[in-house]
Write a new protein. Structure first.
Length: 287
């Protein structure tokens, strides 16, 4: 095991349970649930001995937090990724369509990250991890946390909806120039705003639209369900479609094109963008 952090306990007026005392003491694991897991995995030592959740702290103890040594023999998923931005806390990568972000499969973005990103030099460094998800058939920008503090802080930004996400899609059929869709998704309030940027006639579909999308909530498959609900499903969507108007050739035409947020460690407002995939530009030559 590798020593991460250590702490000398000052004198305590009354004994306190270890798992209560060290919440917030170690920057590597700031949460109570994380501390509990670390204790159960024998990663917390008190005075040189493995700690238990039943241990009480009286003062004067020396607490050490460890992390397991990396298993270099573990099979690695070699999959080159485009890294749009990287610093010691976070990264922005471009997820190709047709790959899972995470899960039980070996071929995931999560398993490919260690080969594509530099390890953070911060004390609370962790294996890089996606902070949010994109569907398997969706391409575009994915925000990655590289430290425990970054993962916690970025997750809170998503919860507070202060990270602005922009998507682009190709939709089927005639549409209003802009609109707000508020159909519930999974019985939960949901909102998506859209603007039609370009429309071309189509013999098969009647019309194809290049649409800019801004989801205000983050429900599963929200944009796909919302556009289907107003009668304008996304081209290539095999789950939410109009009978007889399914395209099987080039996958789903949905792309996460932009992320805007305040960098939680530099406090700088940043915007990252990724141009539309070639399959979009083949349909809309001006995009």
């Amino acid at each position: 095991m590798v020593l991460l952090e250590s702490h000398k306990v000052p004198k305590q007026e009354t004994p306190i349970r270890l798992q209560e005392y060290i919440v917030g003491i170690f920057s590597s694991i700031p949460t109570k649930s994380g501390i509990k897991k670390a204790i159960k995995k024998d990663l917390v030592h008190v005075n040189g001995h493995k700690a238990t959740t039943a241990l009480f702290i009286h003062g004067g103890e020396f607490i050490e937090l460890y992390q397991p040594e990396e298993n270099t023999s573990k099979k690695q998923f070699i999959f080159p990724l485009e890294v749009l931005y990287e610093d010691d806390f976070l990264a922005i990568i471009v997820k190709p369509a047709g790959i899972l972000v995470s899960g039980n499969s070996f071929a995931t973005i999560y398993n490919a990250l260690p080969q594509n990103l530099q390890k953070s030099t911060q004390k609370d460094t962790v294996p890089p991890k996606p902070v949010h998800r994109l569907d398997y058939p969706t391409s575009g920008l994915l925000l990655i946390g590289k430290t425990n503090a970054a993962l916690v802080t970025l997750s809170k930004l998503f919860e507070k909806k202060t990270i602005q996400k922009t998507y682009h899609a190709v939709t089927i059929g005639n549409m209003e120039n802009s609109g707000i869709i508020t159909f519930p998704v999974d019985d939960k309030p949901s909102e998506s705003r859209y603007t039609v940027l370009q429309t071309i006639p189509s013999e098969k579909y009647g019309a194809l639209n290049l649409v800019e999308l801004h989801p205000k909530t983050g429900r599963r498959h929200q944009l796909r369900k919302h556009l289907h609900a107003i009668g304008n499903p996304i081209l290539g969507d095999k789950e939410y479609y109009i009978e007889g108007l399914v395209s099987y050739g080039n996958g789903l035409y949905l792309h996460a094109s932009s992320l805007t947020f305040v960098h939680p460690f530099t406090q700088e407002k940043v915007t990252f963008t990724k141009e539309l995939p070639k399959k979009f530009r083949r349909i809309f030559s001006n995009s």
